[in-house]
Design a protein around this ligand. Sequence first.
Ligand code: CA
Length: 232
Amino acid sequence: MQKRILIVEDEAAIRDMVAFAVRKGDFDPVMASDAREAQEAVADKVPDLILLDWMLPGTSGIELARRWRKDALTRDVPIIMLTARGEENDRVSGLEAGVDDYVVKPFSARELLARIRAVLRRSREDEEDGSVQVGGLRIEGAAHRVFANEQPLTIGPTEYKLLHFFMTHADRVYSRSQLLDHIWGGNVYVEERTVDVHIRRLRKTLAPFGLDEMVQTVRGAGYRFSATAAIA
Ligand code: CA
């Protein structure tokens, strides 16, 4: 059964290119050129994933994302935002509206399919026995033990929490303030640059195993943890 992917994009040339790529990836594309068509498509059948252009005439992509996140029907549908260069400042607000990931225009079909597959894979994986495996990293949740390429890893308590969060939320971009909320529990006395400090330490811990590149910086947005190679 092919997964249905809704493409919301007002520029016909980009929409057709994206639909072509999606079809090539063995997915079933459904197209919409504005918010109204997108809502109709979702009402007709809830898609497995939504590719959402930021700049749409009338209702913006971000406003649509916010609505879908509030609606029980679409709350869990992954959304990948299609943004233009120069919209980096808006990405944090996109993350806060519940967007899962970004692809920056112009992008190749290969890049787009890699992100689609990663986001679909993540939404399928659930932590069951407290153990999590992403690429060469494995956490035994109950014992709080981390293995890098099956070697036990010595890791600080904050880095452990950060890594555990990342591994159970792989392939999704988080802003610094979202990471603060999740890892530090919304402690108002912790500054956002504290996140960068612990990210640096985490990378340093993973570097001897060649796994530091799993912690990816997403320019203008925050950080993403991924087993797949970094896509800028
Ligand atoms: Ca547009």
